[in-house]
Every structure is written in structure tokens, then in C-alpha cells.
Design a protein around this ligand. Structure first.
Ligand SMILES: Nc1nc2c(ncn2[C@@H]2O[C@H](COP(=O)(O)OP(=O)(O)OP(=O)(O)O)[C@@H](O)[C@H]2O)c(=O)[nH]1
Ligand SMILES: [Mg+2]
Length: 459
């Protein structure tokens, strides 16, 4: 890709819409825009960023393609830092396609996925973390990821990484001064003070790395598996949490034969709720497979909701299920609280003393707020998402931070043991390099391509 190229794409979603916006970016964009646009008024000189009304005209067959608004935006103060023309046409498939075909017939290339943002990156307007946040902002379905993405677009992560790199450069220049002038009385920091600096950097790295637990939840959601004996009300619970009759509910035990997944938004966290087949010994082949799937999804679960029917005695199967859920963060849902209680709460407390219990009635929709509150607390350990902390939500960033921390651990040990400055400086340089991959300062073409390949066309 070279910025000698001029590229074009539809930047709004394809389909029917009030308007469709076609963007052209690159050195030939103004020339092309002027060629295909016919203004409704006489214009001698297009002003920067002003909207003009007129028509797109195809000279090849003297056909007016659409009535549009057009704007000319002079680089470098544009999204890509290049000259950009935007055509606001009618948002139907046909007008958009006709105009794009006309543009391509004039020697303009269709843009690749994410190419406008890639140009913004290559032209230095965004770093990689900001570009990735643009993609998150477009694709996210939850408020929390959107908030994190907005922070990242504003450059918070970029600044933090750049601050850590500056610190590393200070350490490195001190080490190099020692290497270059070993015998001279020069004003450099001693090894223990350099170690302090590295410790401080590692502390900041640690906080970023730790935040990924939260970030992963924000991005991928929490896999929440509902398990229990047949007929205890698992599907009823899913329906209540979802707010619609998604799963089939009947009084027949063994109604749910296969796992079923739906996503709800709980306090900005995507909760991927999975309803499962009730666990019991069964000779029915379909049910056996369903039960196996239940066990499998339990293994992959982030949290488990064990549903018990409080209108019945606790059965051996309940105990088995409670046992299975032991290793996972879980909650015990005492369902059917609207009925007469048969059930020994004391036994449940004995069996699972550390697991929180919540009484609900899926039928009467009671206790559901409390259940949601407990789920939310289980997910974030009672912590509230702070609005101005940096949260790492991207696996690529996480991996690079971990790698940086590894080499800095080695540097820290080296400084502690007073080993040669040369060896420590190798680690520091490597740390600098890996941190630079996050922002793109030292990222290879493969990393950059990987990032932008995930983008949609037109952004
Ligand atoms: N009284 C009362 N009945 C309930 C409650 N929750 C569910 N039920 C009833 O219990 C029966 C079983 O409910 P389901 O939601 O199908 O139970 P399940 O755990 O999904 O059952 P399987 O899919 O067979 O494993 C249905 O008749 C529900 O109406 C409740 O809170 N109170
Ligand atoms: Mg069911």
C-alpha cells in the first residue's frame, strides 16, 4: 500500500438507509470529486469542509446517478491525514453501487479493510492502540467496552506506554554511560537506584496486566452456566433473566435436551447465559448426550448457577451437582421460593458453606434483582469499574505486556546481582522493543497487517 494511491469505499453500512457516505482518500480524491460532481449552483472554487449540493453525473452515458451532498477536506487535518472527499448520497444499494463503480472506472482503487484507519496510523495521526480502539468502538455491543474504547482513542494507553518507555530509556542511557565511560567520574545513577526504576516500571506493568482479567470480561463476557437436576426451573430462570420466553418450560423433567446460549447485558457486562439439560442418571440416549454437554459447559464456565428446588427434599443428584460446581465461582439459586419449603437449608449450608445462596421464584419473578446483584458482585468481586483507570481489553496488548515484564524481571535480577551492565541493557532494549509493538512504534509489518485485517471495509 502506498499513499500515492487513492482509495474509495462506502463508509456507512450497506443496505437501505437515509444516506450512504462514500469516502475517497488520497492525492487524486479532489480531482475525482470535481470530475463527477455537478453543483446545483455555479462554483468557482470549492471551500474546505463545506457541504455542496448537486448531482453525480456519469459522462460515459450522460446519466445522472444521484442527488448528493459533497465535501472536500484538505489534508493533513483529516481522518487519514490525506485529502478526503465525502459524498453523501441516498443510502440504497443501487445508487451507492453506481457511484462507486463510476469512481473505480476513473482509476481509483477500492480500499482494503481498515485502510482509512491504517493510513491514519501510517501518517502518524493514531497509534496502534488508538486504531484498535476505533474497531472496538464500532463493533462493541456493550457500554463498558465502548467506554474503555473511547478512553483508548483519546490516547490514555498510548500515553501510559510512552511514559514507561521513557523511563526505560532513562535506565538504558545510564547503563550505556557506564559501559562507554567505565573509568570516568561521570554523573550516572548507581545500580540500586536503576533497580528502583525498573521495579517502579514493573509495578505499573503489573497493574496493566492485572486489569486484563476485567478487560477480558468486558470484551468477551462472562460464561454463566445454569445447572441443576431436571425440573428445578433452570429454563424458567434463563427466560426471566433474558426477559423473554426463549427456552421451553414444562412440568416434564428432562424438557431441555441440549444447551442453549443467550446473551444479556448486566451492568454493562455481557453475560453469556447457558441453559443446560438437567443432570440425572438416564437411559435415554439424547438425554445422556445432553447431560454430557452440561458437564462440558460447566468445565468451561466462568461462573455457575446451581439451581435447587426448595419445595423438595435435597436429593443425591443435587449434592453431586453442588460438588461438581465446587471449583468454580458459583451461586446457589434456591428456586420455587413461592412454594411450601421441604428443603433443609442447613444441609445446603453444610455442603457448600462458602457459596452464596439466593432465594428466588422464577415463576413469580421474585428475588431476581438480588440474584443479578450477586452475579455482578461475583464477576467483579464487588469492585465497581472506575471510570478513569486504564483497562487492557486486547489480548495482543496483554501478551506484549507480559513479555515485557518477563525481560524486565531478568533486568531487575541483573541489577540486584550487579551483573554486567551489558547484559542488563540487552534486557532493557528488548523491553523497549516489545512495548513499542503495542503502540506500533516498533511493530513489524506482520503485526500491523494483523491488526488492520480485522477491520471492516470503509473504516
Ligand atoms: N411454583 C414454581 N414453579 C416453578 C418455578 N420455576 C419453575 N417452575 C416450574 O417448574 C417446572 C420446570 O421448569 P423448567 O424451567 O422447565 O425446569 P428445568 O430445570 O429447565 O427442567 P429440565 O429442562 O427438565 O431440566 C415448570 O412447570 C415450571 O413452571 C417457581 O419458581 N415456582
Ligand atoms: Mg430446562
Amino acid at each position: 500500500m502506498s499513499s500515492e494511491d487513492t482509495v474509495a469505499a462506502l463508509s456507512t453500512p450497506p443496505g437501505e438507509g437515509g444516506i450512504g457516505i462514500i469516502r475517497i482518500s488520497g492525492p487524486k480524491s479532489f480531482e475525482i470529486g470535481k470530475k463527477l460532481f455537478f453543483s446545483s449552483r455555479e462554483i468557482t472554487n470549492f471551500k474546505n469542509r463545506k457541504l455542496y449540493h448537486g448531482y453525480i453525473f456519469d459522462r460515459r452515458n450522460n446519466k445522472t446517478l444521484d442527488e448528493v451532498l459533497i465535501t472536500f477536506m484538505k489534508g493533513p487535518y483529516t481522518y487519514t491525514c490525506e485529502d478526503i472527499v465525502e459524498i453523501h448520497c441516498h443510502g440504497g444499494m443501487i445508487p451507492v453501487r453506481e457511484i462507486l463503480q463510476l469512481i473505480f472506472s476513473l482509476g481509483i482503487r477500492p480500499s482494503e479493510p481498515g485502510e482509512f484507519t491504517k493510513r491514519a496510523f501510517l501518517n502518524g495521526r493514531l497509534d496502534l492502540t488508538q486504531a484498535e480502539a476505533v474497531m472496538d468502538l464500532i463493533s462493541t455491543k456493550t457500554q463498558n467496552l465502548k467506554d474503555v474504547a473511547m478512553k483508548q482513542i483519546s490516547g490514555k494507553l498510548k500515553e501510559e506506554i510512552s511514559h514507561l518507555r521513557t523511563e526505560l530509556i532513562t535506565v538504558l542511557s545510564n547503563l550505556e554511560a557506564k559501559i562507554d565511560f567505565p573509568d570516568e567520574e561521570i554523573d550516572v545513577e548507581d545500580m540500586s537506584s536503576l533497580k528502583e526504576r525498573v521495579s517502579y516500571i514493573r509495578k505499573s506493568l503489573y497493574e496493566l496486566i492485572e486489569s486484563f482479567n476485567k478487560g477480558k470480561i468486558i470484551r468477551e463476557g462472562v460464561k454463566t452456566v445454569i445447572v441443576g437436576r431436571p425440573n428445578v426451573g433452570k429454563s424458567s430462570l434463563l427466560n426471566i433473566l433474558l426477559g423473554e420466553e426463549r427456552a421451553i418450560v414444562t412440568e416434564i423433567p428432562g424438557t431441555t435436551r441440549d444447551t442453549l446460549e443467550e446473551v444479556i447485558n448486566l451492568d454493562g457486562i455481557p453475560l453469556r447465559i447457558i441453559d443446560t439439560a438437567g443432570i440425572r442418571e438416564s437411559t435415554d440416549k439424547v438425554e445422556q448426550i445432553g447431560v454430557k454437554r452440561t458437564r462440558d459447559s460447566m468445565e468451561e464456565a466462568d461462573i455457575v448457577l446451581v439451581v435447587l428446588d426448595s419445595s423438595q427434599e435435597l436429593k443425591d443428584e443435587d449434592k453431586k451437582i453442588l460438588n461438581m460446581a465446587r471449583d468454580k465461582p458459583s451461586l446457589i439459586v434456591l428456586n420455587k421460593a413461592d412454594l411450601e419449603k421441604e428443603f433443609h437449608e442447613g444441609t445446603v449450608n453444610e455442603l457448600a458453606p462458602d457459596i452464596r445462596k439466593v432465594k428466588v421464584s422464577a415463576l413469580k419473578k421474585e428475588g431476581i434483582d438480588q440474584l443479578e446483584k450477586y452475579i455482578s458482585e461475583l464477576v467483579f468481586g464487588g469492585e465497581v469499574m472506575e471510570t478513569d483507570e486504564i483497562v487492557i481489553t486486547n489480548e495482543r496488548h496483554y501478551n506484549s505486556l507480559k513479555k515485557t515484564d518477563n525481560v524486565l524481571a531478568s533486568a531487575e535480577n541483573g541489577l540486584e546481582a550487579y551483573i554486567s551492565e551489558d547484559l542488563v541493557s540487552v534486557d532493557i532494549k528488548e523491553g523497549l522493543e516489545i512495548l513499542g509493538e503495542i503502540t506500533g512504534e516498533s511493530a513489524g509489518e506482520d503485526v500491523i497487517d494483523e491488526v488492520f485485517n480485522n477491520f471492516c471495509i470503509g473504516k
